[in-house]
Design a binder for this molecule. Structure first.
Ligand SMILES: Cc1cc2nc3c(=O)[nH]c(=O)nc-3n(C[C@H](O)[C@H](O)[C@H](O)COP(=O)(O)OP(=O)(O)OC[C@H]3O[C@@H](n4cnc5c(N)ncnc54)[C@H](O)[C@@H]3O)c2cc1C
Length: 463
């Protein structure tokens, strides 16, 4: 079998790339190791509850996500994140503190000490740090310099734990909060930059989140159905070889196929192994990106079993609290149709770089750990109606110091191996919307490569 583009991996990245390429009339195949396409993005309905095994929200200001939602006929199922929610919770001294949403939330709340608030508010008065090439800063270094230690430990640390399952001491500010670094350089201060963005009508990322009635998995499911038989599930790619100017893609049980171009859309450790014999630099770059184990513990209760009003999207925990939970989502408050009538659902995120061993604990142990912590924090009585665990042995890729160089090495792989492209959540951002944008861009590059190659062939024969 011969195709224009072979895509390794059928998560949202691989499926979105395939969609764009087929729209251009190219012959494409997607090889997906699992029995189901969608990768991390998997929503499962169980006894009226909706468990999000992976992502639970998508950025509502993502043009790619909105365009695909429309193209897949999912628009009527769109739902927006909990309107009417007025606060977020953070854990401090074993108690959940409600912080009003909005720019003055931390100023108005007593979550930070008066000294911590004053230090945070002094940020616009501080001098801009000159940009020094080759001297990247971690999230901790940047935020401590700009906002002070207390803000970093009690606000940024839980945020990084919740969004990236990471540690602010490891992650690069340029890679994970690039807007902060940009605001400092362009506006002299992060606060000034945020105010300017607001004045220009731009909202900060993360404010407009959405999903679909049956969860985030609706999008990859619809894409996979739309693409039909070009998505081969249960097809593990073992090796990719260079053959002439093209590639031979060899699978475990589906034989091999030849392709003019290959897009690697699987996890970084898979890219590292497949690139080993083709591009050592790329293999090393992908192999250096870690993705510690992460687990999702989903619990459903009758409303009467939970004392807490669950009047927020959930809560996050600073490392200093020593909690096993990176964060907890109040799923049935976030979106409609997440639990049957008179029931509620919560999901706890455990493990990641903060506590990798915990992410590997057996399901029963994790359920006990989470229930134990939540019973006190949320006033939960008795057994849950439903309890499920999803382990992600390789959870979220960590954008640690040096990430920008690693991503660049992989993004420019086609300069070293013409026709080879890489996409996925470890390059231009790990959110679904980042993945969709990266996939669209890589699909465009692969299309141009295939079309240019054909043009050259035609001209050769014309001569
Ligand atoms: C618990 C969790 C919560 C998250 N929450 C959010 C959120 O709320 N919002 C958000 O925007 N993002 C969230 N994310 C991030 C987002 O889900 C992911 O970044 C995104 O889904 C990754 O898509 P992908 O296609 O790049 O990779 P993946 O989903 O990892 O897909 C890669 C695919 O490649 C396949 N594969 C691997 N090896 C091979 C092989 N040899 N041959 C063939 N196929 C192979 C895998 O089976 C997999 O299906 C979350 C992620 C997790 C894990």
């Amino acid at each position: 079998m011969s195709v224009d583009v072979a895509i390794v991996g059928g998560g949202v990245s691989g499926l979105a790339a395939a969609y764009h390429l087929t729209q251009s009339g190219l012959r494409v195949i997607v090889m997906e190791r699992q029995a189901r396409a969608g990768g991390n993005a998997f929503s499962e309905r169980i006894d009226g509850f909706l468990m999000e095994h992976g992502p639970s929200t998508v950025a509502g200001n993502s043009d790619e996500a909105m365009a695909l939602s429309k193209a897949m006929g999912l628009d009527t199922n769109l739902c927006h994140l909990g309107d009417g929610i007025e606060q977020r919770y953070l854990l401090k001294d074993g108690i959940l503190h409600g912080i009003p949403l909005g720019p003055l939330g931390f100023v108005r709340s007593g979550y930070l000490s008066i000294g911590g608030r004053l230090r945070m508010m002094a940020e616009p008065l501080l001098r801009r740090r000159p940009q020094i090439d080759g001297d990247p800063e971690t999230v901790t270094a940047f935020c401590t310099r700009r906002f002070g230690r207390e803000f970093t430990e009690l606000v940024m640390d839980p945020l990084v734990g919740g969004i990236y399952a990471g540690r602010p001491d490891d992650l690069s500010i340029d890679a994970v909060f690039s807007k902060f670094a940009e605001f400092e350089q362009v506006h002299g201060s992060v606060t000034q930059g945020m105010l300017a963005a607001r004045r220009d009508g731009k909202r900060m990322p993360g404010r407009r989140l959405m999903s679909w009635r049956d969860g985030v998995g609706s999008l990859p499911t619809a894409l996979s159905e739309f693409l039909g038989e070009i998505v081969r599930t249960g097809a593990t790619v073992r090796q990719v070889k260079r053959v002439g100017t093209g590639f031979s893609v060899e699978t475990q049980s589906h034989g091999s196929l030849s392709a003019k171009s290959v897009i690697l859309a699987a996890q970084p450790h898979v890219a590292a192994s497949l690139l080993e014999k083709i591009d050592v630099r790329g293999a090393e770059a992908a192999g250096a990106i870690s993705a510690p184990p992460l687990a999702v513990v989903f619990l459903g209760y009758h409303r009467s079993q939970v004392d807490h009003p669950l009047d927020s999207l959930g809560f996050l925990t600073p490392t200093s609290e020593g909690s096993a939970l990176n964060g907890v989502q109040f799923c049935s408050t976030m979106f409609p149709n997440r639990a049957p009538d008179d029931h509620v659902a919560v999901a706890a995120y455990v493990g990641g770089a903060r506590n990798p061993d915990l992410g590997n604990q057996p399901a029963n142990a994790l359920i006990d750990i989470v229930r134990n912590e939540l019973s006190g924090l949320l006033g939960i009585h008795d057994e849950p109606v439903i309890a499920r665990v999803r382990h992600w042995p390789r959870g979220l890729p960590q954008y640690s110091l040096g990430h920008a160089e690693r991503a660049e090495t992989l993004e420019h792989i086609s300069n070293r191996v013409p026709g080879m492209f890489v996409t996925g959540n470890y390059l231009g951002g790990l959110s679904i919307s980042d993945c969709l944008e990266s996939a669209a861009s890589v699909a465009g590059q692969a299309r141009t490569y295939v079309q240019d190659r054909e043009k050259v062939q035609r001209e050769k024969f014309a001569i």
